[in-house]
Write a protein of this length. Structure first.
Length: 123
């Protein structure tokens, strides 16, 4: 994600970068908690073992409502999306796992501690 600050010169190159590319955060461990810098980007999760991705409470990481975070499993270890205490992650059929290597999903913050998960997911 590109952040513009007061006084910065807005160029065509900066706009193209901001709107036509994602910041990729490559994670290789078996646990990861989303960070504010993940908003608007893609988190890739790669490990041979199972991976737990935690969606933090608003009091811990205050993502703006409407934030979107892409998720991609890029290894054999299945990714499970787990809400921190007080957080609700809604998904079709209560699915909270990415379906496998190469699968993509998106988390969208719809309320203070509420997120929607959609994409290549399974129960």
């Amino acid at each position: 994600m590109v952040a513009f600050v007061p006084g910065a010169v807005l160029s065509a190159s900066a706009l193209n970068t901001a709107f036509n590319s994602l910041t990729i955060n490559a994670q290789t461990g078996t646990t990861y908690t989303l960070a504010l810098t993940d908003a608007g980007g893609l988190v890739t999760l790669t490990n041979a073992a199972a991976i737990t991705l935690t969606v933090p409470a608003n009091a811990t990481v205050a993502f703006p409502t409407g934030s979107q975070i892409g998720l991609m499993q890029t290894g054999a270890g299945q990714v499970t999306i787990t809400p921190a205490g007080g957080v609700t992650v809604n998904a079709y059929g209560s699915a909270t796992k990415l379906i496998g290597n190469g699968s993509l999903a998106v988390l969208v913050k719809t309320g203070t501690n509420t997120w929607q998960l959609a994409g290549g997911i399974t129960a």
